[in-house]
Design a protein around this ligand. Structure first.
Ligand SMILES: N[C@@H](CCC(=O)N[C@@H](CS)C(=O)NCC(=O)O)C(=O)O
Length: 208
């Protein structure tokens, strides 16, 4: 039995995939426990915050909240800055990825129709360009040369930014053009570098 168990939904995206990627990059084997919606609904109240992902670590219990989980894996495996000021910049970018999800997620629950289209169009016209410009500036401040937030060393913030960038760029969110983050060169370079990381390539090939 591996010492780590990731519980998440059965798809290769969002917060659960970030945790799977962090463990893969750290070279740690883990049980990849995937739940369907019905099982999640039955078990929901048992999870620490009623949501996924969770990470169970033998001898230490069950952890929740994707950013807390990623920081833990990051600190233990050199995927998170040791310097406190760099760490604060890293945290800000992790939180920015969550901000983006929290702005888009409510529109996922809206019924199809003009209100949903308008909400998405507004996000594409206003929120996402501002988000992209802010992230671009934060990346330039953290490491002008990149490609990662910590420069040439991949970290957990890169995984969060990669995952939200991939989601938006895929065009999967109706009425938000996949090209909306295309102008942000530093962010695009980061996403390319994460997708080309050998552990990410190996994990994606395995998961496909
Ligand atoms: N702040 C939490 C958010 C967790 C969250 O909302 N997870 C979603 C899946 S990505 C979920 O469990 N949704 C089902 C539900 O909340 O009922 C984190 O970062 O882990």
């Amino acid at each position: 039995m591996p010492a780590y168990k990731v519980t998440y939904f059965d798809f290769a995206g969002s917060r659960g995939e970030e945790v799977r990627l962090a463990l893969s990059i750290a070279g740690l084997s883990f049980e990849d426990h995937r739940l369907d919606r019905a099982s999640f609904a039955q078990l929901k109240s048992q999870f620490p915050f009623g949501s996924l992902p969770t990470l169970e670590i033998k001898g230490h219990g069950v952890f929740a909240q994707s950013n807390a989980i990623l920081r833990l894996i990051g600190r233990q495996n050199g995927l998170y800055p040791e310097d406190l000021y760099e760490a604060a910049r890293h945290d800000a970018l992790m939180d920015a990825a969550e901000d983006l999800r929290h702005r888009i997620s409510p529109t996922m629950r809206m019924p199809d129709g003009p209100e949903k289209v308008a909400a998405r169009q507004q996000l594409a016209a206003e929120y996402l360009p501002l988000w992209g410009a802010c992230v671009e500036r934060a990346l330039a401040a953290a490491s002008p040369a990149g490609p990662f937030v910590m420069g040439t060393k991949i970290g957990v913030a890169d995984l969060k930014l990669y995952m939200v960038h991939r989601w938006i760029a895929s065009g999967a969110v109706d009425h938000i053009p996949g090209s909306v983050l295309a102008p942000y060169e530093r962010l695009n370079r980061l996403a390319e570098a994460v997708s080309a990381h050998p552990a990410v390539v190996a994990w994606s090939a395995r998961a496909a």
